[in-house]
Design a protein around this ligand. Structure first.
Ligand code: PEP
Ligand code: MG
Length: 750
């Protein structure tokens, strides 16, 4: 049955809307399970009832007519029990209810499984049969598996359907995601779609049918010209058969019926790329099904031609990429590189279907002060280009077509935010010390040049983490040693004489360089950070040489190593750095050997902290990864984001252990994970004894305001209380209420 399962899910995935999805499910399940009936009941959001939405076997006229409340009838019982009901004789069950409109009186055997998405029962999948028999375990397992697989598809199709209505009626609607970067953005969606082949063009509607038709015709003309040119250029090098292929391409593009088929679909509001892909894939399938092998081989040509035109369609869309004043980028998986494409003054927010608040894209959004929501899993993002929306980065709420009242409320919050930001202005020149005089250093995390001015304005005391991979991510090849030197010098110069901590290249995990692809099934446990650069000493040496050359005359460089899991990595890296240093001295550079630090972000480093602290000049805790690895929760996966807790008791105890042991060795300890930039987190870290907190420039003023308002002695009491607790949510609560009681409302979200 596994093959059938896969093929049903595949068919369902390519269905164009919810009715098509349901039709495929009932027809195919009935076929595969050899039952007399298969039906789907779906939850009606307004009434909360479950309505018969599709059936193969019951009377079609009953569709839309049968409504069951949770707990009512067998279907309602499947809903409340949230588990399958498998009955030999349905009519004997006390909950059985008979609906004459369905004609189901003939059926005895009943198997119903819930379709659950994010803990909500979206619907029930039912099969029925005349004879009295219990469905066997294999059949039950098949239906349960199918229901689980269909849940996401149905949720997505439902949302797409809702959106089609919203588009027509411009109705206010709401989607939930993960709050990834605080702030409010009121603007217009700009959709970013990845390059795709014919088979992966997403189902999407167009806003302006006329414009879409023009786009399609232009793409056809450009593709035709391109093929003609290439054919002409290669004329002498091609044999007769190959030349004929180019002619065949041209005549296919000239074939009016193909264009008519595509235009028909565009006129039904389908986007040009999707309409083209659907038509071409139908032709491909037709060729593939032919018995003559010559024609079967032509399928590949049709696919190739399809892809060529698709490229032109994408290019055309690309050239029309003019960003509106208040652009909110929306995409399946936004990256730092995509963010960087939009002029900064036009970009006000970001929404990503995948990812979580610990993804690097979220970290960059926070650093840029850009409100962002991640993990909006049910958002049919392809269909909302140009639509008005509000991004609530505090709560993770996305409002589409916001009404006047909603906008007014959000305008007020924006105003409140601005006042709050201004209230911190006077702090820039004041020291970061607690009310009882305990001094801490507040540093910034940087990556983009734009971070520098904001950091200095806000009184940063240096850079605790310069993510050197960011400039690498924004390019299409490795930057040369000289290019790197220039980038690093700008940072060092801007902050001199304050220290700048440069982390060596930390790629892998969710930070992939397009020009250095790493394909792994488990990238966060794979070739990441120091592992990559030790395997590629040429990359490492060029980078550390560039850093040290850049420090000439400033002497404020510190080098830090990411993802250290053992002493051997530290020693190997140190040897390379010392070698680069000696070479530079020989080349005549009058520079100092920079202090060398270790990031503690892999759990093994906690148990090696004494030896690491003895050998390194400083320690900096990467609490983002440390939390991910201690709790075994992928920081990028929105499905498990609710169990990623930086204030988990295990994390707090580890953080305390690190600072105690390192201090015993006389080594200074900082932290550069996101926890340091949260007022509550910062309080606990200062109570633990951390010497330096490094955070994004956006959060620095509110952290400083918090520390200045609280006595370290009091925060130690809070820490003691937290360290005795076992539930992370409870710890978060006491920290929040502590801030509130201390009159620190200004440091909380509006
Ligand atoms: C961390 O892991 O806490 C850290 C600062 O590094 P990054 O978020 O860049 O992985
Ligand atoms: Mg890290």
């Amino acid at each position: 049955m596994l093959g059938s399962l896969r093929s049903i899910v595949q068919e369902v995935n390519s269905a164009r809307d919810l009715p098509a999805v349901l039709e495929i499910i009932v027809r195919r399940v009935r076929e595969v399970m050899h039952t007399r009936v298969c039906s789907v009941y779906l939850r009606d959001k307004e009434s909360g009832n479950y309505v018969l939405m599709a059936t193969d076997g019951l009377r079609p006229s009953a569709v839309g007519q049968v409504h069951l409340a949770p707990g009512e009838g067998l279907v309602g019982n499947v809903v409340t029990r949230e588990e399958p009901i498998n009955l030999e004789k349905a009519e004997a069950h006390p909950a059985f209810q008979y609906f004459p409109s369905t004609g189901e009186e003939r059926f005895s055997a009943f198997l119903g499984t819930p379709i659950i998405h994010h803990r909500i029962v979206l619907g029930v999948l039912v099969v029925q049969q005349e004879e009295q028999r219990r469905f066997d375990e294999g059949e039950e397992a098949f239906l349960v598996t199918l229901s689980a697989q269909l849940a996401g598809v149905i949720a997505h199709a439902e949302a797409t359907g809702t959106l089609a209505t919203i588009r027509r009626q411009r109705q206010e609607t709401h989607f939930s995601g993960i709050a990834a970067s605080p702030g409010i953005a009121i603007g217009r969606a700009h959709i970013v779609t990845p390059r795709a082949n014919l088979a992966t063009v997403p189902y999407s509607l167009c806003l302006d049918i006329e414009a879409e038709l023009v786009l399609f015709r232009q793409a056809l003309t450009s593709a035709r010209e391109e093929i003609r040119e290439v054919g002409e250029r290669l004329k002498c090098e091609l044999n007769r058969e190959e030349r004929a292929l180019f002619d065949a391409y041209i005549s296919m593009l000239d074939d009016n019926s193909l264009a008519v088929e595509v235009c028909d679909r565009i006129e039904q509001q389908l986007s040009a790329p999707r309409a083209w892909a659907e038509v071409m894939l139908e032709h491909v399938r037709r060729f593939e099904a032919m018995s003559d092998s010559y024609f079967r081989d032509r399928a590949a040509d049709v696919r190739d031609l399809g892809a060529r035109v698709l490229t032109h369609l994408h290019q055309q869309q690309q050239s029309e990429r003019d960003y509106s004043e208040n652009t909110i980028l929306v995409g399946e998986e936004l990256t730092a590189a995509v963010l960087a494409e939009v002029p900064r003054e036009k970009l006000i927010g970001a929404v990503s279907v995948k990812g979580s608040s610990n993804s690097h894209m979220a970290i960059i959004a926070r650093a840029m002060g850009l409100p962002a929501i991640m993990g909006v899993q049910d958002l049919p993002y392809e269909t909302i280009h140009g639509v008005d929306m509000v991004v609530d980065g505090y709560r993770g709420d996305l409002h589409i077509h916001p009404g006047a009242e909603l906008k007014r409320r959000y305008d007020e919050i924006v105003e409140e935010e601005q006042q709050l930001a201004h209230s911190f202005d006077h702090l820039a020149d004041l020291p970061a010390e607690t009310a009882d005089g305990h001094r801490v250093r507040l540093l910034v995390n940087t990556g983009l040049m734009a971070d520098v001015a904001r950091s200095l304005e806000r009184g940063a005391e240096g850079v605790g983490l310069f993510r050197t991979e960011v400039p690498f991510l924004l390019r299409d090849r490795f930057p040369s040693e000289e290019e790197q030197r220039e980038i690093y010098r700008e940072q060092l110069e801007a902050f001199a004489p304050l220290p700048v901590t440069m982390r060596t290249l930390d790629v892998g995990g969710d930070k992939a360089l397009a020009y250095f692809p790493i394909e792994e099934t488990n990238p966060f446990l794979g070739w990441r950070g120091i592992r990559v650069t030790l395997d590629h000493p040429e990359i490492f040496l060029a980078q550390v040489r560039a850093m040290m050359k850049a420090s000439l005359g400033f002497s404020n460089l510190r080098i830090m190593l990411p993802m250290i899991s053992g002493l051997n990595e530290l020693e190997a890296a140190r040897k390379l750095i010392e070698r680069a240093y000696r070479e530079l001295l020989e080349e005549g550079y009058e520079i100092e050997m920079p202090p060398l630090g270790v990031m503690v972000e892999v759990p093994s480093a906690i148990y090696l902290i004494r030896e690491l602290a003895e050998r390194a000049d400083f320690i900096s805790v990467g609490s983002n990864d440390l939390t991910q690895y201690l709790l075994a929760v992928d920081r990028n996966n929105s499905r498990v984001a609710n169990i990623y807790h930086a204030l988990h008791p295990a994390v707090l105890r580890a953080l305390q252990e690190i600072v105690n042991t390192a201090h015993a060795e006389g080594t200074k300890v900082g932290i550069c994970g996101e926890l340091a930039g949260e007022p509550g987190g910062a309080l606990l870290l200062v109570a633990m004894g951390y010497d330096m907190l490094s955070m994004n420039a956006t959060n620095l003023p509110r952290v400083k305001a918090t520390l200045r308002a609280v006595r370290q002695a009091d925060s130690k009491l809070l820490l003691q209380q937290a360290l005795k607790m076992s539930c992370p949510v409870e710890i978060e609560k006491i920290v929040k209420s502590y801030l509130k009681k201390a009159g620190l409302k200004v440091t909380l979200q509006p």
